[in-house]
Ligand binder design. Structure first.
Ligand code: GLP
Length: 239
C-alpha cells in the first residue's frame, strides 16, 4: 500500500485526477470505478477541465459507481445517479456509465446483475474510493465479516447523520442502499482512496496502521496488491 500525503484538499484532488487521467490516456477503453461524496468532487472538476481543454477523451471509457440509495428516484437530486450526472457525466463524453438500480423490483437479482455486468465489462481497471468516518468504503459498513459481492446494506446511524447534509431532514435520508461488496471492490486491478479533513484521520490511521478486520472495512485494502491512499495533512494527522 502506498500512502501519499499532500498539503491540502486541492492537492489531493489534483493528484487523484492526474492518476485517473494517466489511466485513461494509457488505456482509452478503461473501466473506471467511481465514487460519490464530497471527497471526489475536486477530482471530477479537474477531469472536466482537462476534458474541456481537449486534453482528455472519455469516449471509449465506461464506469461503474460503487453504490446507490434504495428507494430514491434517479431524478431525485439526492440520488447518486443525479449527483454523478451533475458533478461529472453531464460535462464529459463518457461512453456509458452505470450505477446500481436502487428501485429494482428484486434487489437481490439487481445485486447479482450488477456484479455480472462489471465482470462482463472485463472488471474495473481503476477504482476510486472515498472513506466514511467509520471506515466504510462504498456503503460497506463495519460488520462481522467482509461481504463478497454487491449487496443490500443498512446504513449505520453515523453514516445517516454524515449524509444528512444533502437532504432537507434526517427522515428523508434513505436507511438502505445497494453497494458493491468488499469482494467486488477488491477485484479492481488498481484502487485509489482519497481522504481529506480531520474527521477522516481516525479512519485513515486504522485503515493504514490497524489490524485487518471487517469492523474497519477499509483495512481490507491492505490485502490488495495495487492500492494508493492520497490524503491531505489533516487526514494524515494520526499516521
Ligand atoms: C458516502 C459514500 C461513500 C463515501 C462517503 C464519504 O457514504 N457512499 O462512497 O466515501 O460517503 O463521503 P465524503 O467524501 O463526503 O466524506
Amino acid at each position: 500500500m502506498v500512502v501519499r500525503i499532500f498539503e491540502n484538499r486541492r492537492a489531493v484532488s489534483q493528484a487523484c485526477a492526474t492518476l485517473i487521467a494517466a489511466q485513461v490516456i494509457r488505456k482509452p477503453e478503461s473501466v473506471l470505478g467511481l465514487a460519490t461524496g464530497s471527497s471526489p468532487v475536486g477530482t471530477y472538476q479537474q477531469l472536466i477541465e482537462w476534458y474541456q481543454q481537449g486534453l482528455l477523451d472519455f469516449s471509449q471509457c465506461i464506469s461503474f459507481n460503487l453504490d446507490e440509495y434504495i428507494g430514491l428516484d434517479e431524478s431525485n437530486p439526492c440520488s447518486y445517479h443525479a449527483f454523478m450526472k451533475e458533478e461529472l457525466f453531464n460535462h464529459i463524453n463518457m461512453k456509458s456509465f452505470f450505477l446500481p438500480n436502487g428501485n429494482a423490483k428484486n434487489l437481490g437479482v439487481e445485486c447479482r446483475r450488477y456484479d455480472k455486468a462489471i465482470a462482463a465489462a472485463g472488471g474495473v481497471d481503476l477504482q476510486l474510493l472515498g472513506i466514511g468516518r467509520n471506515g466504510h468504503i462504498g456503503f460497506n459498513e463495519p460488520d462481522s465479516h467482509f461481504v463478497k459481492g454487491t449487496q443490500v446494506v443498512s446504513l449505520t446511524q453515523s453514516t445517516i447523520e454524515a449524509n444528512r447534509r444533502y437532504f432537507d431532514s434526517e427522515d428523508q435520508v434513505p436507511k438502505k442502499a445497494i453497494s458493491m461488496g468488499i469482494g467486488t471492490i477488491m477485484s479492481a486491478k488498481e484502487i485509489i482512496l482519497i481522504a481529506m479533513g480531520e474527521d477522516k484521520a481516525d479512519a485513515i490511521y486504522k485503515a493504514v496502521k490497524g489490524k485487518i478486520s471487517p469492523d474497519m472495512p477499509a483495512s481490507s485494502l491492505a490485502l490488495h496488491p495495487h492500492v494508493t491512499f492520497l490524503v491531505d495533512q489533516a487526514a494524515a494527522s494520526r499516521l
